[in-house]
Design a protein around this ligand. Structure first.
Ligand SMILES: [Zn+2]
Length: 173
């Protein structure tokens, strides 16, 4: 699925005029996040409001996605639902950053165009658990997991057997 959101935006300008954006962003297009996942299928549902409160331009966001993580106990897939709201205060320098009220996370913007996926990716990475683990006792999977591996070994064996006819052919040549 193609992204239905712009890639580059002037964040401060959008905040100055007041802008709302809604759309989907493919998880596969978020490289750093994809590396932390077992599968990068699916989309992130994105809602963004660009506005300002007095002198402070900000972005209020809502991200929803189902991420596929690898459970660190049974090594199987684990669905992790993200429903994350955030509020970024847009700052141009460190001085503005220190003046920002606590309710905002500071986000250092460039003067011209900013890369929208960076925000989505940063927020999603922050929402990931430190250690991904099923919230039920999944240790039983460990047993079935080992037997899966045995099956794989069983599949490889016939392939090794196929090599033998070649060896025989070589001898004939
Ligand atoms: Zn598990």
């Amino acid at each position: 699925m193609k992204p239905t959101l712009p890639v580059y935006l002037n964040f401060v300008q959008k905040a100055n005029i007041g802008t709302e954006l809604q759309g989907n962003w493919p998880i596969s297009r978020l490289k750093r996040l994809s590396e932390a996942l077992l599968s990068n299928e699916g989309d992130v549902k994105v809602e963004l409001v660009f506005d300002r409160a007095g002198r402070i331009p900000f972005i209020e966001g809502h991200l929803r996605a189902e991420l596929k993580l690898k459970c660190q106990r049974c090594m199987q897939e684990m669905a992790f639902v993200v429903d994350n709201r955030f509020k970024l205060g847009l700052v141009l320098n460190e001085k503005q950053m220190t003046e920002l009220p606590d309710e905002y996370e500071p986000y250092l913007v460039k003067e011209d165009n900013n890369f929208l996926p960076d925000i989505l990716e940063d927020e999603l990475l922050l929402s990931l658990p430190l250690v991904a683990m099923h919230d039920f006792d999944c240790s039983e999977h460990l047993v079935s997991n080992t037997s899966d591996q045995d099956n794989e070994v069983g599949i490889i064996e016939p392939e090794e057997g196929k090599k033998n006819p070649f060896a025989v052919l070589k001898d004939l040549l």
